[in-house]
Design a protein. Structure first.
Length: 369
């Protein structure tokens, strides 16, 4: 008989408030709403003492030793271990050890893999990654895009969508402010999200809509260069860098905005697009990675080539001029994101948990015989 009482999630937590960290936090909250006991083994716990974080090699030691200790301690009592995994060193240092320790303790383990760089990472490291994955009871991915990447490497992955909190991210009655349109960007200020292109697109929009405003919600290493760009374009009075926002503040920003811009150059299934659609905010995005698997051009979003600020600006202007197009995108977008609500996600995830527990019990029985 399958029994599921306790889930141990291995993954990052905010801050910083990145996609995977937010998903780890939300997943734990929703699992607890199902009356499950949930522990989180945090892979990005604060350094103790804090000064250790400034010493490259030493900080790895100070983070990994407590991490391994927590893994062993928490996983002992788990019915299922749910590993939030990403590419690069994050895989080797955190995900792979979590898989091996879970199996050493005879615990069912599921790898929830996410990240737009999956194919590049697998091309370089598949032989090592595959050895770890072969020990997992299942591989979960948040999108068809990543499922196809795994399929290309001969590995089966099941799609379990990201979780969306519909009590937080929901649509409100609003009309686009033609006189003073409010555009937003809600990605971290990193190179792969190419916020510079969004600012250039906004500058073009502003030529036709002088009172337009742009809010950039996020933090990251590109902040100073983006501020210089805004200054160079003489947009200081029209562009606001909000810094990091709480989920509640982010939801309000979506609900108040007229258009959301996403200019990423590498991506999987961005929570920012899902959240914008849920709040009834039209989206103009690049068509990279898994985004075309998430939304369809002129159906529930508008898609452009990466780096094309003129094309992005043209679609924003079209949206502002054509109320019927905006209404169509909002209507279809709300239908698109229904699969991300917990009631639907939980059905798929519960089936994966039960299957992993059953298979693990069979393996233990076979070993005992």
């Amino acid at each position: 008989m399958n029994t599921l009482k306790k889930v141990v999630i291995v993954g990052p937590l905010p801050p910083p408030a990145g996609g995977m960290a937010n998903q780890t936090r939300q997943l734990a909250e929703f699992l607890r709403s199902e009356q499950l006991d949930v522990d989180i083994v945090q892979v990005n716990a604060a350094y103790k003492p804090l000064w250790v974080g400034k010493v490259p090699i030493l900080r790895a030691f100070f983070r990994l030793i407590p991490y391994f200790y927590s893994l062993k301690k928490q996983c002992k009592s788990a019915d299922v271990v749910h590993v939030m995994a990403n590419s690069g060193w994050s895989w080797h240092l955190f995900a792979a050890p979590a898989i091996f320790i879970s199996r050493w303790l005879n615990k069912p383990v599921l790898v929830n893999y996410r990240g737009g760089y999956a194919r590049d990472f697998f091309d370089k490291s598949w032989s090592i990654v595959d050895k770890s994955l072969n020990r997992a009871h299942a591989v979960l991915v948040p999108s068809i895009f990543l499922q196809e990447v795994f399929d290309d490497f001969g590995k089966t992955a099941q799609v379990v969508p990201n979780v969306l909190d519909k009590n937080l991210f929901f649509a409100t009655e609003k009309l686009i402010n033609i006189e003073k349109p409010h555009l937003i960007v809600t990605r971290n200020l990193e190179t792969i999200y190419d916020v510079a292109t969004a600012i250039n697109a906004f500058a073009i929009v502003k030529e036709q809509y002088p009172q337009a405003q742009l809010s950039v919600a996020g933090t990251g290493p590109e902040l100073s260069s983006l501020q210089e760009q805004v200054k160079h374009l003489q947009l200081e009075k029209s562009v606001v860098f909000t810094g990091r926002l709480s989920p509640e503040e982010m939801a309000k920003l979506y609900q108040q905005a007229d258009v959301m811009l996403n200019t990423s150059t590498v991506d999987n299934t961005p929570n920012s697009i899902i959240e914008a659609l849920a709040c009834g905010t039209p989206v103009v995005s690049t068509n990279v990675g898994g985004i075309p698997k998430l939304v369809t051009h002129q159906h529930d979003a508008l898609l452009v080539e990466a780096g094309d600020d003129k094309q992005m600006a043209n679609w924003v202007i079209t949206l502002l001029k054509q109320e019927e197009l905006s209404a169509l995108l909002i209507k279809n977008g709300l239908a698109t994101i229904e699969k991300f609500y917990w009631s639907n996600v939980w059905q798929s995830l519960k089936a994966c948990y039960d299957g992993a527990i059953e298979n693990n019990n069979k393996n233990i029985t076979l070993k005992g015989n």
